[in-house]
Write a protein that binds this ligand. Structure first.
Ligand code: MTE
Length: 328
């Protein structure tokens, strides 16, 4: 079943609902978190909460009461949001396997305690727990397209905060040019990390200018709840103008540096996966076309759009960089 995306001119839920009702709904969700049984929830009920097989893990997440957050209507997608269960059962998370059905295996991921290291070219290196970080930022919902390099796509209602807010917290030195972002490296809770031929941990990077762009988003939740483990809880990136492999999951380290990071997929197969990886239908992957994409949850294909449709936000970042492999 597809959820209808609210059109830009329609009101967001927090605006359309009297504030008291909106707040009551939050309290109800908090009540659900505590396991209370509520009769007669009427229009406040959120059936999806109980429906997805991983809902219990989300209710156990200490950040559960922070959700849902109000939607930021600046980021509009004129396509249906991908159904939550379809999205949560078709994932790329090599730490849990190189196939798509990793959601059960990903429940092994332990997301508390979760310490995040900020290091490298910053005023002062520090470590911060995910709940302390959440207390310092303000959460919003953004509906983003996601285009995987494998030519499938989906639309997700992510919740999180701009990556720029994290950069500001980190206070990078002016000499820093890039942010390297790393996934945890704990083979005991991620069987895929025992596959020694991969260069763990999964590593990705952006330039500081990309990270400061409005679109770059740190994701902590989705579908009005804490992020499901298979999507990369408790903290992942969404860089929707780039192929999906840039959107690194379950991050526990940010390193500010003046050297362009060598990313996981560059290390594995640099001829096919580069640092920039901006979406472009006219630049084929060496082994397949990038002209169209299969929309998750449908049998249809649609044309792929340059920068995945986000050119107005990001195209200017690449002015004068024609010599770079921008689209691979
Ligand atoms: N991050 C880590 N740590 N490990 C991965 O295997 N896969 C990437 C990206 N982030 C990946 C990752 C790829 S290829 C894609 S398309 C997206 O995550 C998939 O995100 P989703 O499973 O939430 O749809």
């Amino acid at each position: 079943m597809l959820i209808k995306v609210r059109k830009g001119w329609e009101l967001q839920e927090s605006a359309a609902t009297p504030e008291s009702a909106f707040l009551n709904r939050r309290q109800l969700m908090t009540g659900l978190a505590a396991g209370s049984i509520l009769a007669g929830m009427g229009s406040f009920a959120r059936p999806a909460l109980a429906e997805v097989p991983w809902a219990d893990a989300q209710r156990d997440d200490p950040s559960f009461p922070l959700y849902p957050a109000a939607r930021n209507l600046r980021y509009r997608v004129e396509r249906d949001i991908t159904d939550e269960e379809t999205n949560g059962k078709y994932n790329n998370f090599y730490e849990y396997g190189s196939h798509k059905e990793i959601w059960r295996s990903a429940q092994k991921l332990k997301i508390r305690p979760w310490e995040i290291r900020i290091e490298g070219m910053v005023e002062n290196e520090f470590t911060i727990g995910i709940d302390d970080l959440l207390a310092k930022v303000s959460l919003e919902e953004r509906v983003y397209r996601h285009r995987c390099v494998e030519a499938w796509s989906m639309v997700a209602p992510w919740t999180g905060f701009p990556l720029r807010a994290l950069v500001e917290l980190a206070k990078p030195l002016s000499s820093a040019k890039y942010i390297e972002m790393a996934t945890f490296n704990k083979p005991e809770m991620a069987p895929g990390q025992r596959q020694f031929w991969y260069p763990w941990p999964y590593l990705e990077g952006l330039t500081i200018a990309e990270a400061a762009n409005d679109l770059a988003f740190m994701v902590t939740g989705a579908y009005g709840k804490p992020l499901a483990k298979q999507h990369g809880a408790p903290l992942r990136l969404a860089a929707p103008w780039k192929y999906g492999f840039k959107s690194v999951k379950s991050i526990d380290r940010f390193t500010f540096t003046d050297k362009r990071p060598k990313t996981f997929w560059e290390e594995v197969q640099g001829r096919e996966y580069g640092f920039w990886a901006n979406v472009n239908p006219e630049v084929p992957h060496p082994r397949w076309s990038q002209a169209t994409e299969r929309v998750l949850g449908t049998n249809g294909r649609i044309p792929t759009v340059i920068y995945n449709g986000y050119g107005e936000f990001v195209a200017q970042l690449y002015d004068g960089m024609e010599g770079e492999r921008l689209f691979m």
